[in-house]
Design a protein around this ligand. Structure first.
Ligand SMILES: Cc1cc2nc3c(=O)[nH]c(=O)nc-3n(C[C@H](O)[C@H](O)[C@H](O)COP(=O)(O)O)c2cc1C
Length: 193
């Protein structure tokens, strides 16, 4: 028996993405976003949702570009910092000591210290209410050699991404390996044909 709690914005896991943008003067900014995820395979797309009040919202509207930076767990304090303060009032790269690098395919900066990043050009935006959903076409994925497996696959166990629990407002780390996708479920099949 389940208890009804109303229309809450909770899913587990939620990501802790950091969005890199330039402002109209070319100053780099970074902001933490949990409302987001891959939304199309071809063309490769990712969605992020931002409040209109954020500097990042303004920057994406101006530049039509952003990066999605995936942090390792060792950067949990920096990730939180990026989500607490606005780039409107302060230089978040200066204060965290992290390094903005100009993306090669879009007009946005990525974070050098994070293990992998997606360079995105703005494809669509949808005003949903408090948040506006931005859909970015992923023009390139750049990764540190240390997290790239053979066949150019990204190794989640080397990335050690941060998992965010909305509502509780807590960060967690990756758990243990459970099984192979697109195959472990087949063991339940009663249809042998
Ligand atoms: C864990 C976490 C998740 C967040 N997720 C979002 C989000 O999905 N969308 C959003 O608009 N703000 C989100 N925020 C708040 C923004 O990061 C915050 O408003 C930030 O100051 C915006 O920075 P900016 O003004 O430099 O763009 C989140 C903050 C934290 C700490």
């Amino acid at each position: 028996m389940k208890r009804s709690l109303g229309g809450k914005t909770v899913v587990h896991p939620a990501p802790a993405f950091v969005i890199g943008t330039y402002d109209k003067n070319g100053r780099p900014n970074a902001a933490t976003v949990a409302w987001g995820g891959i939304c199309c395979s071809n063309p490769p797309c990712i969605s992020i949702s931002l409040r209109k009040a954020t500097y990042t919202y303004e920057n994406i509207m101006e530049k039509k570009a952003f990066t999605v930076n995936i942090p390792s767990e060792r950067y949990v304090k920096e990730v939180d910092f990026f989500g607490v303060y606005s780039g409107r009032d302060r230089d978040k790269f200066l204060e965290t000591g992290l390094t903005p690098v100009r993306a090669t395919t879009v007009d946005a900066p990525y974070i050098e210290e994070f293990p992998f990043i997606l360079e995105c050009s703005l494809l669509h935006f949808i005003d949903l209410g408090l948040h506006t959903q931005f859909i970015g076409e992923i023009k390139d994925l750049k990764a540190d050699e240390s997290v790239i497996l053979k066949n150019n696959l990204i190794d989640i166990e080397m990335v050690r991404p941060i998992i965010y629990a909305p509502e509780l407002r807590k960060y967690f780390s990756l758990g243990k390996f459970l099984g192979d996708a697109f195959s472990s479920g087949k063991k339940l099949s009663k249809n042998k044909s």
